[in-house]
Design a binder for this molecule. Structure first.
Ligand code: API
Length: 324
């Protein structure tokens, strides 16, 4: 049993919040570490870590004051590469490991920027290597997210045809892989509509879909509502002739968190990919509005998707490597 203390840093992207630990710090049982420190009742906060420095960003701090986190990012930085590479492993609050995490990858880019001052990185995830960029002032990060895949083997779904707009355990869903499996269900009304997505008891409707037999590895479950279809046609262009992005309200119940999060980046890309496939939006760009902020997504036909949004640093300190 190891009793040493390890440095931890807390970051969030649109309220999806993560602890960051250097992979070289020798945390023996990563699952136990994540289960203990991510707990929303008894987990980490600026007040509970030793030597906490509240050197975080003053603005945009959507998750400040919350104990715990949506996961722990164990990171290994390789500064001898150009651009700098970071190997990312996300261990979730239930102790499982997720192959990819969009907001987590955005946090990784910001963390690497804070260490190196660089603005471009390669992030090695279990879903592949992703290029990341950080804005000049460090407040925003963009990740290349690969190409969303609907084929059954990729998601995976346990059937021969893609799962598109089919009733599954009470929700009409489309299944897509954006590095991790997602089920996306479109509703008529957005946030603020009395019958819209905020009227749904997500903690009740999502678990049967998340555990449905058709998803052999489970799925993250998204509710979405198109608020504005945007587009590149005459009507959809702004005064300068640019395509205006679609606007889509988002809620996501995450596998591994086993609850709703304030934001989910792979979910945002999944929603926009499904909206395009179903012909619900006009262009290939959209802003999604999860509870924790706004994300900008592009899903071009012939190129990888991208995910952009704010990232912020909250605090740092030390915790026991073995939480027991
Ligand atoms: N919050 C993450 C998703 C983590 C994926 C994970 N919940 C799973 O698939 O098990 C994101 O921003 O993309």
């Amino acid at each position: 049993m190891s009793t040493h203390a390890v440095p931890v840093e807390k970051y969030h992207g649109t309220g999806n919040d993560f602890l960051v630990v250097d992979a070289g710090e020798g945390v023996g049982d990563r699952s136990a570490f994540a289960r203990a420190y991510c707990d929303r009742e008894t987990g980490i906060s600026a007040e509970t870590v030793d030597g906490a420095g509240r050197e975080g960003d003053a603005t945009g701090d959507a998750s400040s004051g919350r104990r715990g986190a949506d996961g722990v990012l164990f990171l290994e930085i390789g500064e001898r590469y150009r651009p700098t590479r970071v190997v990312m492993t996300l261990v979730q609050p239930d102790g499982s490991t997720a192959a990819m995490c969009g907001n987590g990858a955005r946090v990784v880019a910001r963390w690497a920027h804070d260490r190196t001052g660089d603005h471009e990185f390669m992030i090695d995830t279990q879903a592949g290597t992703r290029r990341a960029t950080v804005s000049p002032d460090g407040s925003e990060a963009t990740i290349e997210m690969g190409t969303p895949r609907f084929d059954p083997a990729s998601v995976p779904v346990d059937r021969d045809e893609p799962l598109v707009e089919e009733e599954t355990e009470g929700l009409v869903v489309t299944a897509v892989d954006t590095g991790v499996p997602h089920a996306v269900s479109f509703f008529e009304g957005g946030r603020g509509d009395p019958d819209g997505i905020d009227s749904v008891d997500l903690d009740a409707v999502a678990p049967p879909v998340r555990h449905a037999d058709v998803f052999p590895q489970g799925a993250n479950v998204n509710l979405a509502a198109v608020v504005d279809a945007g587009g590149g046609d005459e009507r959809g262009r702004d005064g300068d002739g640019h395509e205006t992005p679609a606007v889509i309200d988002q809620r996501t119940f995450e596998r591994g968190v086993e609850g709703e999060t304030r934001s989910c980046g792979t979910g945002a890309v999944a929603i926009v990919a499904v909206a395009r496939r179903l012909g619900l939006i006009d262009g290939d760009t959209a802003v999604t509005r999860p509870p924790g902020g706004e994300l900008r997504i592009t899903v071009p036909d012939d190129d990888h998707a991208t995910l952009t949004g704010p990232v912020a640093r909250e605090f740092s300190g030390r915790v026991a490597a073995d939480p027991r």
